[in-house]
Design a protein around this ligand. Structure first.
Ligand code: 5GP
Length: 144
């Protein structure tokens, strides 16, 4: 996937007054691995970014195509989202479709959100897994 990507993922956003405010809030929050990626502190294979989210390739892919769609706002779990996040959650879903098209997998992909340790969540910053290019069983909601 080749897109024009700034050398440091957040280069563009750090100079933008709107996003600086957003970043300030983020910096005050708990620093998840995704925040470190957004700040450019650790490298990631960036697929897409906008004012509200980033999409990076998963470091430990569970399918030939496996990317993570992460809101810039550090919501810990889906269950922690509030009514104020309605637009953001809608944005993430719409971007999932756009990113699937970008990756050429729009005909068959699976979206997974793990909520809480018991559901397999390991990074406590809401994210959507987009998985594709493998055969998913019709009657399985897992990765099989
Ligand atoms: P969860 O288990 O919370 O639903 O998903 C976290 C995902 O983040 C995992 O699939 C894991 O492989 C991925 N991950 C963990 N650390 C990193 C990292 O440093 N970079 C990237 N790109 N993905 C990561």
């Amino acid at each position: 996937m080749s897109l024009a990507v700034p050398e440091r993922i957040n280069e563009k956003y750090c100079r933008n007054p709107f996003c600086s405010r957003t970043l300030q809030g983020i910096i005050m929050a708990e620093e998840s691995i995704f925040i470190k990626i957004m700040k450019g502190d650790i490298p990631a294979d960036l697929v897409y970014q906008d004012d509200h989210c980033i999409c990076v390739k998963d470091i430990n892919p569970q399918a030939p195509t496996h990317v993570l769609i992460v809101p810039r706002k550090p919501i810990q779990r889906l269950a922690d989202a509030s009514a104020a996040d309605k637009m953001l959650l809608g944005h993430l879903m719409l971007k999932a479709g756009d990113i699937a098209r970008l990756l050429g997998v729009e005909e068959a992909f699976r979206i997974v959100i793990n909520n809480g340790e018991g559901a397999g969540q390991t990074v406590f910053h809401l994210h959507l897994h987009l998985l594709a290019d493998k055969t998913f069983s019709e009657n399985s909601l897992g990765l099989n």
